[in-house]
Ligand binder design. Structure first.
Ligand code: PEP
Ligand code: MG
Length: 576
């Protein structure tokens, strides 16, 4: 039995057989293939060779056009190497006679060639080894890419163990088959964590290197509450976890019994508990768990789960479905928050040195007008079918807000001219995720109807800590006094301006923080649907007056550690 500690990001315990994915995010290929599969595997390899050859030819043409024949010749040499009959014969022989998988055959052949080059005394020739290894990588990527779909085609229950997963890959996991997952890299605030919670799949990220210690099919335990990853547990450990999982289920059932009642504190203060969703299909769970509305619909997942850019009709259908099924309850649709770690699909190759400080979110929307206009038109059209509100993410300046509103006004005029029905004026809000926005609230608030505090980003920007970087995960704390002071300022400013305020960062789903947030004056929280019953239960167990005293104490504290200790003691009073 081996135990590793990671960052718990999605609660619950998963016990099951390991499905191991390597750095290329695919299942580590088997070393051998069955006799019957040889022809099929050879065909797969031929397709991969053709695809790599196409890639190289394209690069050759591009470089020749840009820099001239001389440079294009570099790629011509790669192409000649790839098509070399001796090379092809040697990997085909390994597949036909030794039953090697194409990945192993390609890798072992090319590595032998590279080793020969490396031994050459002439530096010029020794460096050719890089070209050979480059070819190996390209072929492997193509070969493995051809198998990527395996992640969506899992047909037995497994625990996925990977170096990393993209939000897109996480979104494609089938929760009836994937019992849980653990990754070597990643941090608590990343979007992989968000999707895991949305899918209610127990998950741990940022475990550090562990894949070399596990074989596909090993029994593993992912403890999404404590962050423990246990490889090949002994029978006693397995029994212990089984019991814990049963206990958690019983507790959750108790909370669920009252989830449709309003969350009234002991002194009768009503706390609205809304849901955060990523996909329209989640509405069902929101209603089952007693959501008072949708406080955050992360629409960028429309982009991340498909293989093409959604058109206006697809946007519209998704929003109308949510609006209709929520039947008059408020639904806050956040415009695209694409960029940084969420980019995928056609944007996958787009690279920035500092993506979280780059062309992200509202900045990206304002730069890509057709995309932004298309989404705003769709939201407006869907507003005729329910109680919709629009929220702009990552607003840092008054100018950005005004520009976004101007695009909305344009979309509204166009629809009105075309006689398309929509609801107007539609409430407009912004997310408070950048410290600059908190400082500028007196200027921003007169121009909006509501705000929602996004502590996931607010914490990363105010503390200068990347929310998905395991190396600095210990510094990424939503309970840091700096974050709490920003929330306090925001709530007080909103109260002064008579504007509605809620909090939709992950902090709102942490029961430890609920009394503090009530004490800071928040009366609306937006949490993943799975957390609604528990958060409502905590709201009902405290009095707002006591919470206010708690908040005053916490505002004087100097560290996240001190804050967390105090909040833990407080929660113990209601939940020993
Ligand atoms: C946040 O930043 O707190 C938030 C809710 O937005 P996201 O997690 O999607 O960035
Ligand atoms: Mg955010």
């Amino acid at each position: 039995m081996i135990t590793h500690m990671g960052i718990p990001v999605s609660p619950g315990v998963a016990i099951g057989e390991a499905l191991v994915l390597d750095q290329e995010r695919i299942r580590i290929p088997r070393r051998f293939v069955s006799r019957d599969a040889v022809e099929e595997e050879l065909e797969r390899l031929r397709r991969a060779v053709d695809q790599v050859a196409d890639d190289i030819s394209q690069n050759r043409d591009l470089i020749t056009a840009e820099l001239g024949e001389q440079y294009g010749a570099i790629f011509a040499a790669h192409l000649a190497m790839l098509r070399d009959p001796t090379l092809q014969q040697s990997w085909e022989r390994l597949i036909r006679q030794e039953y090697y998988s194409p990945e192993h055959a390609v890798s072992s052949t090319l590595r032998k060639y590279a080793a020969v080059f490396e031994r050459m005394p002439q530096r010029y020739l020794a460096e050719r080894a890089h070209d050979v290894l480059d070819l190996e990588r390209s072929l492997l990527r193509r070969l493995l890419g051809l198998r990527r779909e395996e992640l969506t085609q899992i047909n037995t229950p497994v625990v996925v163990l990977a170096h990393d997963l993209t939000p897109n890959e996480t979104a494609s996991l089938d929760r009836t088959k994937v019992l849980g997952f653990a990754t070597e890299i990643g941090g608590a605030g990343g979007h992989v964590a968000i999707v895991a919670r949305a899918l209610e799949i127990p998950a741990i990220v940022g475990v550090g290197p562990f894949l070399a210690e596990v074989e596909p099919g090993d029994l593993v335990i992912v403890d999404g509450d404590s962050g423990q990853l246990i490889l090949r547990p002994d029978p006693a450990t397995r029994e212990h976890y089984q019991q814990q999982a049963d206990k958690a289920r019983t507790l959750a059932r108790g909370w669920e019994r009252h989830c449709h009642e309003p969350a009234l504190t002991l002194d009768q203060q009503h706390v609205q508990v809304h849901a955060n969703i990523e996909f329209p299909r989640e509405v069902e769970v929101c209603l089952e768990r007693g959501a008072d509305g949708i406080g955050l619909y992360r629409t960028e997942f429309l982009y991340l789960s498909g293989d093409h850019e959604p058109n206006e009709e697809e946007h519209f259908q998704a929003y109308r479905e949510v609006a209709q099924r929520m039947a008059g309850r408020p639904v806050v649709i956040r415009t695209l928050d694409l960029g940084a770690d969420k980019l995928g699909g056609s944007y996958a190759d787009y690279q920035e040195p500092n993506p979280f400080l780059g062309l992200r979110s509202i900045r990206l929307s304002l730069r890509h007008m057709p995309l932004f206009r298309c989404q705003l038109r769709a939201i407006l059209r869907a507003s005729a079918y329910g109680n919709l509100r629009i929220m702009f993410p990552m607003i840092a300046t008054v100018n950005e807000l005004r520009r976004a509103k101007a695009v909305l006004a344009d979309a509204q005029e166009d629809l009105a001219e075309q006689g398309v029905p929509f609801s107007w004026p539609i409430p407009v809000g912004i997310m408070i995720e950048v410290p600059a926005a908190v400082l500028m609230l007196d200027q921003l608030l007169p121009e909006v109807d509501f705000v929602s505090i996004g502590t996931n980003d607010l914490a990363q920007y105010v503390l200068a800590v990347d929310r998905s970087n395991r190396e600095v995960a210990d510094l990424y704390r939503e309970t840091d006094p700096a974050v709490i002071r920003l929330i306090d300022t925001t709530v007080r400013q909103c109260q002064a301006h008579g504007k509605a305020v809620s909090l939709c960062g992950q902090m709102s789903a942490n029961p430890l923080c609920t009394p503090l947030l009530i004490g800071l004056g928040l009366r609306a929280l937006s949490v993943p649907p799975a957390n609604i019953p528990e958060i409502k239960h905590v709201c009902r167990s405290v009095s707002a007056a006591d919470c206010q005293k708690l908040a005053q104490r916490v505002l004087q504290m100097e560290s996240a550690r001190e804050v967390e200790h105090c909040l833990r003691e407080e929660l113990k009073k209601i939940r020993p």
